[in-house]
Design a protein around this ligand. Structure first.
Ligand SMILES: [Zn+2]
Length: 700
């Protein structure tokens, strides 16, 4: 039997058990599956469901449930917030305090039948299955299989488990009594991969950067795809895949293990040949029993348990990169000869040039420039034997009928209404980039000084959050943790590009996905966007009620500064922000403060700007205020520095109050406020004052 049918059957059986028969029947018709299935299929689907949802949950007497938002199970006071039953989009989450009725939910799910009727059946089953995945995510991601497991995750994890279980049960070369192998892939050296580039090549960097940033996702996708194809599994066997990390559930048979070893070797070879071992995808696997797969991957602290074992395996794999000690072949054979013949590529300064650049940089530059054009919304993946064919595939934005099509991905961004198309398989390769294409153009859009700012941000304490909030209450099954990581990933891949494009900001997305982002833009736009980001994140995850927060590092620089340096500096700023007690902080102008203080200081900055105009404050007065701010900080440990306050008052009286004439009262109020801000925030007052000074500098 076609292995994809197990995913189709499991999906349909689950939908039927939940009373969504119409949709189940439509799906079976779409795939031309016979009803009834092979006899033991429904037993396997039942078993898979029990494993996917964790042994603690009962799976009998099923009915679709109102789904609690992740805030519901992260909530400090256990308040419940329900998701509205509607198709997935990039708009704000609509939280309901009262649960939607079962009728509303069923009505919403019934609409799936219309969408299914629009799907193109005339294609390969694996491609059709990925299309179905997109539809399922859109419709069943917001309703519950249990109150806190989205039906979508339940279907996907159950399908992955059912496929592995089916093959394992029929195999006569079982490797052990544990039916599964939990395979993890992890792209290591992502920063190096994206930023490895020449100082000289900054002007053309934007395109290569964009191409390589999408390349992280694309290479991980292609690697997972190759793994699934070579093991003869279904697209639903891929349990999760985001930001360079993936998990595949495979059957534990001797043949599969042999294939995995061969596959791992080929992945090593490919990265060694094309990237000289600077980065790669680490692959590790670990046996898992039915019980072990039902346990939350991140939560358990018990070193003896399965996931600690699995993650240790992955770490060891990353530490022993490429198994070089046991590699006989010499990969640098002929390297110098090749470089001498054509010269070194000016972008990466690693490989020999083939044209203006090397074959790898050309490929990613082309990808970057094609991604900049919104018309290129479908990416076609073909089998390929070309010189640069990652894991045996090539990509194109054109439907080339003569080639063997393997996958077809919709990579469009949400439209201006936040709508996300859902009848073709979606991948989040594309990120928002502004109309201006080079960093120089973007810098030119800033106010005052011609400068850029980079912002690097990621979610705080994610591992701990999984552990404390979920594991604390019950065993958190895979479906639940995967749902949480998907939810967080969606903020960075759906909501973020939508926000950037709807405000048309001159901000370039270097990468965004998983639980982090890295943006470069006109300096004043980035500062403003940092506030938006905070407000939107809180809104999306109901942050005041949960423990979910993020931290950010911001770095300002001139457009000529090499991007790798900027990335490094922004990373250091992010580290400084993470050092703030309680996190949820931002580091900007070398000042690390809680985000709440950052918002207060940004508002204060606007007040100072108004006062500056009304009272005709001199630049030198604001510069002196920066000095006093530093002194105020010093005064906490240095008694002599406390005199800043007297000096500040004297200066303010002479230069502001005395000169104000008719506006004397206004001037007095302003000086009081500034003095109070310096006392309270000390050196962090820079966050309010420096932007004003920068805005007034003339363009160079
Ligand atoms: Zn190159």
């Amino acid at each position: 039997m076609d292995i994809n049918n197990i995913s189709v059957a499991t999906t349909a059986l689950i939908l039927r058990e939940y009373g969504i028969d119409d949709v189940a029947n439509d799906i079976l018709r779409l795939f031309g599956c016979d009803i009834p299935f092979e006899k033991d299929m429904s037993d396997i689907a039942k078993k898979a469901q029990r494993i996917a949802s964790g042994f603690g949950d009962t799976v009998d007497g099923k009915e679709v449930q109102p789904l609690c938002h992740i805030a519901g199970y992260l909530s400090k006071n256990k308040e419940k917030y329900f998701l509205a039953p509607k198709i997935m989009d990039a708009n704000k989450n609509s939280f309901l305090q009262t649960a939607p009725s079962k009728e509303e939910i069923k009505k919403h799910l019934k609409n799936m039948t219309n969408a299914i009727s629009m799907m193109n059946t005339n294609q390969d089953k694996a491609i059709l299955l990925e299309d179905l995945d997109s539809l399922l995510e859109s419709y069943t991601g917001c309703v519950g299989a249990t109150s806190d497991i989205p039906l979508y995750e339940h279907i996907r994890q159950s399908s992955a488990i059912a496929t592995a279980l089916w093959i394992y049960q029929k195999a006569d070369d079982k490797a052990s009594a544990s039916p599964f192998l939990f395979v993890q892939g992890d792209f290591f050296g992502i920063q190096k991969f994206i930023f490895a580039s020449s100082v000289e090549h900054n002007k053309k960097m934007a395109q290569i950067l964009r191409g390589k940033s999408a390349g992280v996702t694309l290479l991980s996708e292609l690697c997972a795809l190759a793994l699934i194809e070579q093991l003869g599994l279904s697209p639903f066997s891929l349990s999760r895949n985001a930001a360079g990390k993936f998990v595949v559930i495979v059957p534990n048979t001797l043949q599969v293990i042999e294939h995995l070893n061969i596959f791992k070797h080929s992945v090593h070879e490919w990265f060694l040949q094309n990237f000289y071992g600077e980065f790669g995808i680490a692959l590790s696997w670990c046996e898992a029993s039915e019980e072990e797969l039902g346990i939350n991957p991140i939560a358990s602290s018990n070193i003896k348990n399965f996931f600690a074992r699995a993650n240790l395996g992955l770490e060891l794999e990353k530490a022993s990169k490429f198994n070089l000690l046991n590699t006989k072949e010499h990969i640098f054979y002929g390297y110098t000869e090749e470089i001498q013949k054509t010269g070194v590529c000016p972008a990466c300064e690693r490989r020999a040039k083939t044209t203006e650049l090397c074959h790898v940089c050309s490929a990613f530059k082309e990808l970057g420039s094609k991604l900049a054009d919104a018309k290129n919304s479908i990416l076609y993946i073909y089998k390929s034997t070309k010189a640069f064919a990652p894991f045996g595939y090539s990509w194109s934005f054109a439907d080339e009928k003569e080639k063997k099509l393997v996958r077809r991905w919709d990579i469009s961004l949400p439209d201006k209404n936040g709508t996300i198309p859902n009848i073709k398989a979606r991948r989040t390769l594309r990120a928002y980039i502004p109309y201006a294409q080079t960093f120089e153009d973007i810098a030119a859009k800033s106010t005052g000084v011609d400068a850029l700012a980079a912002i690097k941000a990621d979610v705080d304490n994610l591992g701990e959050l999984f552990a404390r909030r979920i594991h604390g209450e019950n065993i958190a099954p895979m479906s639940k943790t995967t749902a949480l990581s998907h939810q967080i990933n969606r903020f960075f891949t759906h909501r973020l590009p939508f926000l950037l494009s709807s405000t048309n900001e001159p901000i370039y997305t270097v990468f965004a996905g998983g639980d982090d982002l890295f943006l470069i833009g006109a300096w004043d736009s980035v500062l403003k966007f940092a506030e938006t980001l905070k407000a939107e994140f809180d809104d999306y995850f109901l942050s005041p009620k949960t423990n979910l927060s993020f931290s950010a590092g911001v770095m300002m620089f001139k457009s000529g500064v090499p991007v790798p340096h900027i990335a490094h500096a922004a990373e250091e700023a992010l580290e400084a922000a993470k050092g703030v007690d309680g996190k949820g902080a931002i580091c900007i102008f070398d000042e690390a403060v809680r985000f709440d203080d950052f918002v207060v200081l940004s508002n204060f900055s606007a007040e100072v700007e108004i006062a500056r105009k009304e009272l005709g404050l001199h630049t030198s007065y604001l510069r002196n205020a920066l000095y006093y701010a530093d002194e105020a900080k010093k005064s906490k440990t240095d008694i002599y520095a406390t005199k800043w306050s007297a000096h500040f008052r004297y200066q303010s009286a002479r230069n502001v109050i005395d000169k104000a004439k008719h506006e004397r009262e206004k001037a007095q109020n302003f000086v009081e406020k500034l003095g109070a801000a310096i006392t309270l925030h000390t050196s962090a007052v820079k966050i309010a004052l420096i932007p004003i000074l920068y805005k007034e500098r003339t363009k160079s």
